[in-house]
Design a protein around this ligand. Structure first.
Ligand code: ADP
Length: 440
């Protein structure tokens, strides 16, 4: 079946444009020619030359001269006043011919076109005048035919070339279509090559970019699923192992409490993991409830430090607060989660007798909150990844401290949702400093 392809559309548009242009240019040329260009001069010259020829010819040879000229569509008639007018001319049209003492040739009527009548008065001493009918109809028809043929040739040759050229334009579009179809089947490795610098080149570049982004997302999703499975699997394995051991009586009564404690810890870990996953999923979906309210940030920070008091007291950590009254307009619950994650991390990754500082500063219409610890710090090579989901610098150590690598990614997500910024500076063995900037 006839398919409305891009190529056919390009060719059809081109032909249509050419035809319209031809008509327009033809019309405009005619209009200009009629107004600006007059072909009077050659007609007058022919008439005057005919008169000259007759003047030098013997009187009885004049008929012969006129006959020869008639073969070139120049028809002359010599007449005197009162003679029958040739070429169905009227008295009125020829009146000037016998009246004046004009010797120059002139047009007998105002008719235009390829047939013209020119009068040449007084061509001899007998007072004869000459009427010349110059008929260029045939010549003009030939000219028109040549013009028409060249226009048709322009159309035909142009169409042929545009048919070939359209292939050059359509080819990348076809390649893109088949690549997109291939991608739809699940092959995200498809890439297209293009040396073009134009819009099509840009389209191909965007397609490749989209493909790599999709591939990255796909990989992230795979990693995420495998991380989640792993994080769920390990507590379940230990719960299953310990319960089976207790059920089979492998563990003596006096040691059972320790194992039950571990089982309890593992269930806590699972519940925290599901909590974090749910929160991330909810933050990822665009319909997470988001209620910015104005509240005292310093009070919120003070409260969060108080809530975590048992944790830092247990490690004998010195907590210093440098807060000043400051109001912000953000989602209070979500920011509570931010401070909670950052403060528990600072405690979690600090040793006994370390120090934690929570500082507030107002710079350039922004409030900057710094949570600084003198804990174990983060190695430089791990710093760019600490906000990635499930990223843990030291997996065994993080897990032993109840971590799952989701805390900072939740923080980052909340910060991004609010259009705020988070920065981290850290030095291994010396401590870390997380800075959050909230616009006022
Ligand atoms: P986790 O639940 O493991 O703490 P996070 O996403 O909160 O997960 O943190 C990611 C990783 O970043 C942690 O595993 C830890 O190695 C590192 N990290 C985060 N905060 C600190 C900190 N204050 N000091 C040192 N390391 C930190």
């Amino acid at each position: 079946m006839f398919k409305k392809s891009l190529r056919i559309q390009i060719v059809a548009t081109f032909i249509l444009i050419i035809i319209i242009s031809l008509f327009l240019s033809f019309g405009i040329t005619r209009l200009i020619a009629e107004r600006e260009i007059t072909f009077d001069e050659p007609f007058l010259t022919i008439a005057s030359d005919t008169a000259d020829l007759l003047a030098v010819a013997e009187p009885d040879r004049r008929i012969q001269v006129l006959y020869i000229l008639s073969r070139y569509n120049i028809h002359g008639e010599i007449l005197k006043e009162g003679n029958v007018l040739p070429f169905s001319l009227t008295e009125e049209e020829t009146s000037l011919l016998f009246q004046s003492d004009i010797t120059e040739p002139f047009f007998l009527n105002t008719r235009e076109g390829p047939v013209r009548f020119i009068g040449v008065p007084n061509i001899d001493d007998n007072g004869s005048s000459l009427i010349v009918k110059v008929d260029f109809t045939h010549f003009s028809k030939v000219l028109q035919r040549i013009l028409l043929i060249s226009l048709i040739l322009v159309l035909a040759i142009g169409s042929l070339f545009i048919l070939l050229a359209s292939n050059y334009i359509v080819k990348p579009v076809r390649k893109l279509t088949s690549a997109a179809k291939e991608m739809a089947t699940g092959n995200l490795t498809v890439r297209l090559k293009s040396k073009k610098n134009d819009e099509l080149g840009e389209l191909i570049y965007s397609f490749n970019h989209m493909a790599s982004e999709l591939q990255k997302t796909d990989k992230m999703r795979d990693d995420f699923v495998s991380n989640v499975s792993h994080e769920i699997q390990s507590p379940i394995t230990s719960i299953r192992g310990f319960t089976k051991a207790i059920r089979d009586g492998v563990i003596p009564q006096e040691h059972q409490k320790e194992h039950l404690d571990i089982i309890y810890e593992e269930t806590l870990r699972l519940s925290k993991l599901s909590d974090h996953l749910l929160r991330l999923a909810s933050l990822d979906s665009d319909n997470h409830p988001f209620h910015p309210v104005e509240y005292q940030l310093d009070e919120q920070l003070r409260r969060m430090i108080l809530v975590s008091e048992p944790l830092w007291l247990e490690k004998n950590i010195d907590v210093e607060l440098h807060l000043k009254p400051c109001k912000v307009k953000v989602d209070q619950d979500l920011f509570e989660q931010v401070w909670q994650n950052l403060i528990t991390n600072a405690i979690k990754y600090s040793d006994k007798n370390d120090k934690i500082e929570v500082k507030m500063e107002i710079v350039d219409q922004k409030v900057q909150v710094q949570i600084k610890d003198t804990g174990k710090g983060i190695p430089e090579e791990d710093l760019p990844y600490v906000f990635d989901r499930f990223y843990m610098v030291d997996k065994a150590r993080s897990r032993s401290r109840g971590g799952n690598g989701l805390g900072l990614s939740i923080v980052k997500k909340i910060i991004e949702l609010h259009g705020c910024q988070i920065n981290v500076k850290s030095e291994e063995g010396k401590g870390s400093c997380f800075t959050i900037s909230i616009p006022l």
